[in-house]
Write a protein that binds this ligand. Structure first.
Ligand code: S3P
Length: 172
């Protein structure tokens, strides 16, 4: 069985996914990295050179490819993956997967996103906390309808150990 982690940027999908894969002895696939390998360039460059519309198109194509081949993996999606095209439907239709929404609050997400100077094209111009709070608040509100369709919703404001424990307790 695959476990598909979804949630907003900064919700801990990659970290939790990696740790969970070691505990459950499954392979770990970071979907952003998967896309970068296929396209042979970083996500940041795909956004800069080809634009977001192109990115969303290939994101959908590679999701379809990945869901068709992965059988026993932990998959950490990109923050926007479930929210475009028929991606969430694809995730829900996949008989071999359980989806888990890592639900973190706006305040925690904003703090994490400001403290990790990641390579996130959508946030590249936001440096102040009030702006980040406002952006994340609106954006998360728009995306929640997709995230909330996951098989399982796990509160993700706490530390990784607690979140992992909750996922294991509730999934098995
Ligand atoms: C995006 C999130 C990113 C990456 C891309 C777009 C989004 O992934 O896929 O920059 O739309 O939320 P992370 O959630 O891993 O940062």
């Amino acid at each position: 069985m695959n476990i598909i982690l979804l949630g907003y940027m900064g919700s801990g999908k990659s970290l939790i996914g990696y740790e969970l894969s070691k505990i459950l002895n499954k392979s770990f696939i970071d979907f952003d990295k998967f896309i970068e390998l296929k396209e042979k360039k970083p996500i940041r460059e795909i956004f800069e050179i080809n634009g977001e519309i192109y990115f969303r198109k290939i994101e959908s194509k590679y999701l379809n490819e990945l869901l068709g081949s992965a059988t026993n993996a932990i998959i950490a999606l990109g923050g926007g993956t479930p929210c475009y095209g028929n991606n969430m439907q694809m995730i829900k239709n996949n008989q071999n997967s359980k989806s888990v929404y890592l639900q973190a609050s706006v305040v925690v997400l904003s703090k994490r996103l400001l403290s990790e100077p990641g390579n996130r094209p959508l946030l590249k111009n936001i440096i102040l906390e009030p702006e980040m709070n406002e952006f994340v608040g609106k954006h998360l509100f728009e995306r929640s309808n997709y995230y909330n369709q996951a098989d399982l919703i796990i509160k993700a404001d706490s530390n990784p150990e607690e979140i992992i424990e909750q996922i294991i307790l509730k999934l098995f």
